[in-house]
Design a protein around this ligand. Structure first.
Ligand code: GLO
Ligand code: MG
Length: 344
């Protein structure tokens, strides 16, 4: 098995199983307990929301907050783990009901920018320069609620404030077309890279691509990744799967479309993604039906499937592939791929 990839997930990926229609079905596992599970499951990196690291951050002074974040870093060190990124959680506070950076209320926009600066403080204290922006509520339920040109300008303004606040941070935009909003302003990888070009330092703006988000936009995740890789802008991934155009499912990687998963691994392999040192993040959810004692299998299974597909990519007959492409016989290529994936 290949071992040159590093894997990460966030504490939210071990969860209690509530959904919009039903309450929790599993007990909460404390953060410290979750940290113990990372290595056992085969993971080296932890992804954070700012308040995963410092839960009461809104009530603390900047110094107190940095002290708490430093203590979390120490815990990570003790477990041989590293923080991959920190993301401002801009979708739960009452001040972000109408969006963060694109809120129609200037005081709320200011809160979002201030909070993002605190996120940067936390990231620095935890030893990472990577900030992920999932622009959850930067969109609308109805078109008339906001001005889309102004909204993009406001996101740029907020990103500039972040880039100026710290000269070393890098911002990876996690594009998603919908949910919780009807439509968001940055729905795809192309939008994310274009947004970066409008900022004061495009070299420090890249992307994190989530498979399910690309599928929700009606796009192929592997092509989204190829597009970002061509720009040297694929700085992390959230691999998972999605069964059609419905709510964001965060299924186990490869569970809905194994060939689609194969192609995501293939493009990462072809572009030597592992060598960039970037993590393979798995943003997967356990099924609500899963009992507590087996509620981390979605993580270890996703990793196993990823590594098995790395082997499949590496062992595919390259000579046959070349012959089929030269002969323009894509039917033969397709059959060969399907047989290889099925192991027949
Ligand atoms: C939701 C997103 C979310 C982000 C996380 C980190 O659809 O996938 O889980 O990945 O908040 O930014
Ligand atoms: Mg995600």
């Amino acid at each position: 098995m290949s071992n040159d990839y590093r894997f990460s997930f966030g504490p939210w990926n071990i969860h209690e199983g509530s959904d919009p229609f039903g309450p929790v079905v599993r007990d909460t596992i404390e953060f410290n307990e979750k940290l113990k599970m990372y290595k056992e499951l085969g993971f080296d990196g932890v992804q954070f929301h700012d308040d995963d690291a410092v839960p009461n951050m809104n009530d603390l002074t900047p110094d107190q907050m940095i002290k708490e974040a430093t203590a979390v870093r120490k815990k990570l060190d003790d477990h041989g783990l590293v923080a991959e990124f920190v993301a401002p959680r801009l979708w739960e506070d009452p001040r972000t009901i109408d969006g963060g950076y694109t809120s129609n209320d200037p005081a709320c926009r200011q809160y979002a920018i201030d909070r993002s600066k605190r996120t940067i403080d936390i990231a620095k204290a935890m030893g990472t320069d990577l900030i992920v922006l999932w622009l959850a509520r930067e969109g609308t339920y109805i078109r008339e609620a906001k001005d889309s040109k102004l909204a993009v300008e406001r996101i740029v303004e907020a990103m500039n404030a972040m880039l100026e606040y710290d000269p070393n941070i890098q911002i990876a935009i996690e594009a998603k077309p919908n949910e919780p909003m009807d439509h968001t302003y940055i729905p795809t990888t192309g939008h994310a890279i274009g947004l970066g070009l409008l900022t004061s330092d495009a070299s420090r703006v890249g992307t994190l691509i989530e498979s399910a988000h690309a599928l929700l936009a009606g796009l192929d995740p592997s092509d989204e990744m190829g597009y970002a890789l061509a720009h040297n802008k694929l700085w992390s991934v959230h691999l998972n799967d999605q069964n059609g155009m419905k709510f964001d499912q965060d299924k186990t990687f490869g569970a809905a479309n194994l060939r689609g998963a194969f192609n995501q691994v293939r493009i990462l392999e072809q572009a030597n993604y592992a060598e960039t040192g970037a993590f393979i993040g798995l943003d997967v959810k356990a099924m609500r039906t899963q009992k507590a004692e087996v509620a981390t299998m979605h993580l270890s299974n996703s990793r196993k499937i990823f590594l098995a597909l790395v082997e499949k990519v590496r062992t595919f007959d390259k000579k046959l592939e070349k012959q089929c492409i030269e002969a323009r016989d894509y039917e033969a290529l397709e059959l060969a791929i399907l047989k290889h994936i099925m192991g027949i």
